[in-house]
Design a protein around this ligand. Structure first.
Ligand code: NAD
Length: 340
């Protein structure tokens, strides 16, 4: 049996896979760059199993490879494969939910501290030689911020990341309020989160942090109306997806200084050029979509994705499968290939 791997994967996890495959072809995208869809199709054309992470898997890749019966997609949300087509073809797809949830939760907490303590403007002023001005002790006064204890943190979306942010905040003695139309009170009470309306999250919070998915329901769900509810001393944090917010309204609001600031990791167009308006607004922290970019994520995604794949190869139902309707047909393909 052949496997084509285009994701980051450590030797430990390659060794775990080796008893199941005669031939392992590993292309490391983070070192060599992503393959074009055509190169990906050609390189994977004999594979029975694919492990991928950042590639867009074309329909040709699925259609032109009759051997293919499983894809382990090292992503939380599978947006890179035509799931309906894969299901029709008997290709089972396994995902890796929460693979980078710790990483994003860490960055969210860092954003709260960086924003409330004016870390970026303080560093920039110091680097520009502005420690003192006219002989006065100026830096200390100009960059006074706020402590986190006693503040209200509002979380929109209480899934893998939202819950981990709440867990981390327990040590900061904050009040945590949250909104998620799909969670039950019993499920989130242990995280110390008080469920309130979405309007109250925006109205009451000192930090509003977005952790909801992007889908047809959430696209452009927030904008001027919600920003207008926020306190003038509050910060907005978005590490989720840019399109949940109406960008022009957010930019106008931040430019006119009606809230204290924002910290943003995700954008409507990526990559951005140096003229992007949010770069030039004081008290806005922008990072280049690095929420999930830690080396530890490689191990997390392998642990979740390789274990699911091994479960499938050993005849069990994988823990993380997004198209169970494909299971029967993919097993037939798998058994046919083993009997050859
Ligand atoms: P998740 O699926 O575990 O949780 C999402 C939560 O949002 C769920 O509990 C769901 O019920 C809730 N939700 C759905 N619709 C909602 C709505 N209209 N209002 C409020 N809540 C709603 O997802 P996650 O792993 O916690 O990821 C959260 C977000 O973070 C996603 O948008 C994901 O794309 C993003 N993300 C960003 C990075 C990054 O690099 N910045 C990395 C990983 C994930």
């Amino acid at each position: 049996m052949d496997i084509f791997i285009s994701s980051r994967i450590s030797t430990h996890w390659l060794e775990k896979l080796s008893p199941y495959f005669e031939h392992i072809d590993h292309y490391e995208w983070s070192e060599k760059g992503l393959l074009s869809p055509e190169d990906f199709r050609d390189r994977s054309k004999n594979a029975h199993v694919i492990i991928t992470e950042s590639d867009m898997i074309s329909n040709e890749t699925l259609l032109q490879n009759p051997n293919l019966f499983a894809i382990a997609d090292f992503r939380g949300t599978v947006i890179n494969i035509d799931v309906k087509l894969a299901t029709e073809l008997g290709i089972v797809i396994m995902n890796t939910p929460g693979r980078n949830a710790d990483a994003v939760a860490d960055l969210t907490i860092a954003f709260m501290i960086m924003a409330s303590r004016k870390v970026i403007p303080a560093i920039k002023a110091m680097e520009a030689g502005l420690w003192t001005k006219e002989g006065k002790y100026w830096m200390y006064n100009t960059h006074q911020g706020y402590d986190l204890p006693g503040k209200t943190i509002g979380l929109i979306g209480l899934g893998a990341i939202g819950k981990l942010v709440a867990e981390r905040l327990a040590g900061f003695k904050t009040r945590i309020i949250g909104y998620d139309p799909y969670v039950k009170k019993d499920e989130i009470i242990k995280y110390g989160i008080e469920l309130v309306s979405k309007e109250d999250v925006f109205r009451q919070s000192d930090f509003v942090s977005l952790h909801l998915p992007l889908n047809n329901e959430t696209k452009g769900i927030y904008g001027l109306k919600e920003l207008s509810l926020m306190k003038s001393s509050a910060y907005l944090i978005n590490t989720s997806r840019a399109a949940v917010f109406i960008e022009s309204e957010l930019i106008d609001f931040l430019k006119s200084g009606k809230i204290a600031g924002a910290a943003i990791d995700v954008y409507h167009t990526e990559p951005l050029d140096a003229n992007y308006p949010l770069f030039h607004i004081p008290n806005v922290i922008c990072t280049p979509h690095i929420g999930g970019a830690t080396l530890d994520v490689v191990n997390h995604q392998c642990e979740i994705g390789v274990n699911s794949l091994i479960q499938f190869l050993e005849g069990k139902t994988p823990s993380n499968i997004i198209n169970p309707a494909a299971l029967e047909k993919s097993r037939e393909k798998f058994n046919k290939c083993r009997s050859k």
